[in-house]
Design a binder for this molecule. Sequence first.
Ligand code: IPE
Ligand code: IPE
Ligand code: MG
Length: 224
Amino acid sequence: MNPLNHVAIIMDGNGRWGIKNKNSRNAGHKAGLKTVEKIINHSIKNKIKFLTLYAFSTENWKRPKKEITFLFQLLETFLLKRLENLNNQDIKLKIIGIKKFSKKLNQLLTLAEKKTSNNKSLQINLALNYGSKYELVDAFKKLRKNKDKISEKNINKYLQTKDIPDPDLLIRTGNTKRLSNFLLWQLAYSEIFFEKKLWPDFNEKDFNKILKKYKLIKRNFGNI
Ligand code: IPE
Ligand code: IPE
Ligand code: MG
């Protein structure tokens, strides 16, 4: 059976769920947060060490201001409410992405990272204002600036995911088969599952089904 260390998730389908069920995209984002809670708890239960959640891409700034404001407000409220709890659950929070938000949110994110930095049971990497192409360009710039030799090891050193093993498993909900600028380098050998359900409808049972299938896959990494 394959070991499972790191699960990455593209949490897609909130907007469509919201329109279908409550005639509001934002209501879908709110409902999606409940799935986040479920998946965090289930990850701890399954002794997964790293959970990377794609919450906002560098391209998501194209959305209407009203939706963007709502999303960040939702995140702020969640962190304020859940920070103590994350700590009690021994969860370490790390933000990957360009940390340029409102002063208040920047401070809150830094505080959350600092406060949880010694926790050990599960590391949650929250991909916020994250774009894989930006991350790679930034890494190459740092390589050049430091006159480092170009190598896989040195590229890894300058990625936001340094110290994080590559995802074993990628799940994208929302019935869409694309990567949307997520972890392009890190997903080189990940097992990929596209899930039809919209993120707010995704639950522990669906997650379990994927975990079971993943465990039985023959992972070759180029070998036979
Ligand atoms: C994903 O859900 C969440 C974010 C991008 C914040 P969407 O908002 O993309 O939902 P759909 O794809 O429009 O249904
Ligand atoms: C990817 O979903 C980003 C997140 C889930 C945060 P999108 O809904 O933004 O992706 P595209 O634009 O449809 O590819
Ligand atoms: Mg989408």
